[in-house]
Design a protein around this ligand. Structure first.
Ligand SMILES: NC(=O)c1ccc[n+]([C@@H]2O[C@H](COP(=O)([O-])OP(=O)(O)OC[C@H]3O[C@@H](n4cnc5c(N)ncnc54)[C@H](O)[C@@H]3O)[C@@H](O)[C@H]2O)c1
Ligand SMILES: N[C@H](CO)Cc1c[nH]c[nH+]1
Length: 879
């Protein structure tokens, strides 16, 4: 796409009656396209038509008068859609469009006597009467304003075209008065010829012939007559210095399709852009008069010829027919390019990538010039995109792509929601810091609007479902289809455990894999026993039985789920305690097959504590894999991973998304426990609370991950009491080994100051925390007010971490507000209930009438008869 005006005039097109392809018309739409530029007058009602034209004609330079458009946004859309320039009225329009620089040209109205603006980008003069227009053009010429565009009034177009030519202005001429050779209209060849200057005695004009990409094919000469012939036939026609009109290719067959005609900057050379057919332009056996093509042009030519007919065994031909191979190669080369470092290497890899990318383009009929046109169009965009990497690619490179939508929130709150995505990348990153201290933001509920309070209590923004699913879906598909091999390859990739050769460790586990310090064994054993006791107590001693009517016994009894898969997270921290929290109730419930899954360490081994727990709960195997791949393996089964009926356990977003996916796939036939994501805690503290205890509880969950959130609701605390907690938080956090993770979590954690416990509980119930800690004087008395929470920790001597490990309650709990509808893991998570009915003959007599009547209402006769046949039998047999 040229940026200078290609010709000394601009054809204007009326969008309601554009020129047609009709060969009989004096100037067809095709001929118009050879000129390469068009002027439009846009208004509020034809804007859609204009945008449609811009969309479909990316190689045409569009000049658009937008003075009749009322909305600035619409004008910006016109620029964004690729219009070369817009002409705007002085004043408001120009002021708001100023930032678009030389793509906006002012309009000088006909009635405006003297041009007063500097017109640095040129000007459009609306023709008035001939004298005033002449005067304006003289003034503009005197002030060296360029380019000057001049409209031609329908009454005397030729007069104004002449005026424009004399003053080097560009006349805007309605395309319906243009012709190639007609008498009553304005002939285009003559118009072009009148503005070129030839310094040759025969007055021929040198003509550079190029291909679509601007590669010079050769030099020829043109006359007004040959130009007219070329425009008429749409082919390359020139003026031979010896033999008159020269129809290129007439004898050799190497013809040319005309694409564009333009003049150079000082109008002493024509340029013809053509699509060369046959062997090439030159009379010698080469593509151009300056030798053979090279680089990308040569590659494109080769690819096109391979597409048309390829020699036996051609690799390029294979690429055209094997879509998967081409896709894989493009991705492989892109990755190699990303990894290249030296200049030589980068050039090498870019070349490889271009080869495969062009194979894709040529295979789809896309030329390099199509690509260049797309590039040019993109360069015209004014509504810039943020340019963030998408989903799986951002993930792969560890780029945070979290977004925010804080539309109606106050600026301060908007800031919080935005910053919820930030993660400290190093010690220098100031996430979570305020004046150099690790501090949570503080809000007073009395002075914060309910809407802002809601925003403040929003969880850190998660990656969009679409983005996560974009990563997880292919993983699941590959593991389902590829089994062990695919599972192993993901473990090699994500866990770096490249030496691992089998994805499963089967029981019995060798003692060498469970070597633990005696105190660790004792701690696990203590926790095991408490968890076992608490979950065993949840067992129903006997089936529930109710006689609903005389002779009708309804019962409900439970049975263990036969095969369960337990996911034990192992990304940012290895959590053997989660193995206990899932394994012990599975064992107590009597599940026959217990499969554990956890990401292995880089050397392929699994934490001995997890192996020990697997051994204690009687797990049949440990899947040495994490993330979506582990979930998929347990859901569908592989050669060595046993398929399960239910998957339980917390995990990051990939794990949670995969659990959701497989539970929705009827082919998997698997259910899940709940969405259990990033850990969170809400502490309600009053004046009695020990600031050090409060801070320690908050930090115990903040250290889980940067996506964790901790909330303090301070009941009627004074500034001094709040400061004491904040001091403790900073002091304790700074001393933690995981201080960077803590800072990431603190960045989007808050303190809310409220007046009383009722207000605190209202906010807490609305937030529905995973863990609720009551650091209150009469903590136990507040429990009846709890409506939504995963697990509650009552009083100053109950830190949340006792629940995480050893008290006996389960730590696998609903997060993200799901405590409103889900329970944490409990014995019931590993069982299902079956009901039974048992009727005597009397029972059937008692209820039969109701059954038969309802079956009749539903018109289900067989249902009705199943009762009536029995009742009849009883009657017949005296029962
Ligand atoms: N709610 C609860 O009850 C509870 C209990 C314990 C832990 N948790 C939470 O569980 C989470 C554990 O998360 P984690 O990351 O530490 O361990 P994880 O085991 O859940 O996830 C690690 C796995 O994620 C996969 N993964 C990582 N990056 C990936 C990528 N770019 N693409 C695809 N897969 C990728 C890898 O396979 C890796 O093995 C934490 O948020 C923690 O707070 C919650
Ligand atoms: N607090 C986590 C549940 O959100 C569980 C856990 C494991 N280890 C320590 N804590």
């Amino acid at each position: 796409m040229d940026t200078t005006l290609p010709l000394p005039f601009l054809p204007s097109v009326d969008l309601s009656t554009p020129p047609t392809a009709d060969a009989d018309s004096e100037f067809t739409s095709k001929q118009l396209s050879y000129l390469g530029c068009i002027f439009f007058s846009a208004n509020d009602s034809n804007i859609d038509q204009l945008l449609g034209f811009l969309q479909g004609h990316v190689s045409i330079e569009a000049y658009v008068d937008v003075s009749d458009i009322t909305s600035t946004e619409d004008i910006v859309t016109i620029l964004d859609s690729g219009a070369s320039k817009v002409f705007a009225t002085a004043g408001t329009q120009l002021n708001v469009l100023e930032k678009y620089g030389d793509r906006v040209i002012p309009i000088l109205a006909a009635e405006e006597a003297h041009p007063t603006l500097p017109y640095a980008n040129g000007v459009l003069v609306r023709a008035g009467d001939i004298q005033s227009t002449t005067l304006k053009l003289e003034i503009l010429t005197h002030h060296k304003v360029a380019p000057v565009f001049l409209t031609t009034p329908p009454s005397s177009p030729q007069e104004f075209v002449t005026l424009a030519t004399e003053s080097s202005a560009i006349s805007i001429i309605p395309s319906n008065i243009l012709t190639i050779s007609g008498q009553s209209k304005i002939p285009v060849p003559a118009l072009i010829a009148s503005s070129w200057t030839s310094d040759r005695p025969d007055e021929l004009i040198p003509t550079v012939v190029t291909d679509e990409r601007g590669i010079a094919l050769g030099l020829v000469y043109s006359s007004q007559e040959s130009l007219a012939e070329s425009l008429k036939t749409g082919t390359g026609v020139y003026q031979s210095r010896k033999r008159g009109l020269w129809y290129k290719g007439a004898t050799s067959g190497d013809t040319q399709e005309l694409l564009r005609v333009s003049l150079d900057c000082d109008q002493d050379c024509l340029k013809f852009v053509v699509r060369q057919k046959g062997r090439g332009f030159c009379h010698l056996p080469q593509s151009t008069c300056f030798g053979e093509l090279h680089g990308i042009a040569k590659l494109e030519k080769t690819l096109i010829s391979r597409k048309e007919s390829a020699p036996e065994g051609s690799y390029t031909a294979r690429l055209f027919s094997d879509e998967k191979l081409l896709r894989a190669k493009i991705m492989e080369e892109a990755e190699e390019l990303c990894d290249a470092t030296t200049k030589e290497n980068i050039a090498f890899e870019v070349a490889d990538l271009i080869y495969f990318a062009l194979a894709k383009a040529v295979g789809a009929g896309v030329s390099v010039s199509d690509i260049e046109r797309s590039l040019d169009k993109k360069s015209r965009k004014v509504k810039r995109r943020q340019g963030d990497a998408k989903g799986q690619w951002a993930e792969k490179e560890g780029i945070s792509t979290n977004g925010t939508n804080g539309n109606s929130k106050s600026p301060e709150v908007k800031e919080i929601v935005k910053e919820a995505a930030s993660v400290p990348k190093s010690a220098d990153d100031n996430a979570g810091l305020k004046n150099g201290r690790i501090t949570m933001r503080r809000y007073n509920a009395a002075t914060t609007s309910p809407e802002d309070l809601k925003a403040v209590l929003q969880r850190p923004s998660q990656k969009s479902t679409e983005m996560i699913m974009g990563i997880v879906n292919p993983i699941i598909k590959e593991v389902r289809e590829g089994g062990d091999k695919a599972l192993l390859s993901y473990t090699h990739k994500f866990e770096n455990a490249t030496s691992l050769t089998s994805p499963v460790l089967k029981a019995p586990y060798p003692q060498s894999l469970m070597n633990l310090a005696p105190e660790t064994i004792a701690a696990i054993d203590t926790s095991f026993e408490n968890i076992r006791k608490f979950h065993a107590a949840q067992k129903e001693d006997k089936p529930l039985q109710v006689e609903t009517m005389p002779g009708i016994i309804c019962s409900r009894f439970s049975r263990p789920i036969e095969r369960v898969g337990l996911y034990v997270p192992g990304g940012t921290a290895v959590l053997p305690s989660t193995a206990l929290m899932l394994g012990v109730p599975a064992m107590v419930a009597g599940c026959k097959t217990i499969v554990l899954a956890s990401p292995p360490r880089a050397d392929g081994s699994i934490t001995p504590e997890i192996v020990y727990v697997a051994h204690k709960v009687g797990a049949e195997s440990i899947v040495l894999a994490g993330g979506a791949q582990a979930v998929a393996a347990m859901a569908y089964g592989t050669e060595s991973v046993s398929k399960v009926d239910k998957i339980l356990g917390p995990g990051n977003q990939f794990v949670t998304a995969a659990k959701m996916y497989v539970s929705n796939d009827t082919n998997a036939g698997v259910s899940i426990d709940m969405p259990a994501g990033p850990s969170e805690v809400l502490v309600i503290a009053d004046k009695e609370a020990n600031p050090a205890f409060v801070a320690s509880d908050l930090l115990s969950q903040a250290e889980h991950g940067v996506d964790s959130q901790v909330i303090l609701i301070a009941v009627d605390l004074s500034e001094k009491e709040l400061a004491a907690i904040e001091d403790e938080l900073h002091k304790q956090a700074t001393a933690l080994p995981r201080v960077d993770i803590v800072r990431g979590a603190i960045e989007h954690s808050v303190t809310l100051v409220v007046k009383d416990i009722e207000e605190a509980m209202k906010l807490s119930n609305e937030y529905a925390p995973e863990h609720l800690i009551l650091q209150l004087k009469n903590a136990a008395e507040v429990v009846p007010l709890v409506e939504n929470a995963g697990s509650v920790f009552i009083g100053e001597w109950t830190p949340e971490s006792v629940g995480d490990y050893s008290a006996g309650v389960n730590h696998s709990l609903p997060t993200y507000g799901y405590a409103k509808q889900y329970s944490g893991v409990n014995l019931g998570s590993f069982t299902k209930h079956i009901t039974s009915s048992n009727l005597t003959a009397q029972g059937l007599r008692n209820v039969g009438g109701a059954v038969m009547q309802l079956a009749k209402v539903e018109e289900l006769e067989a249902h009705r008869r199943a009762v009536s046949i029995r009742l009849q039998y009883m009657d017949d047999n005296g029962i």
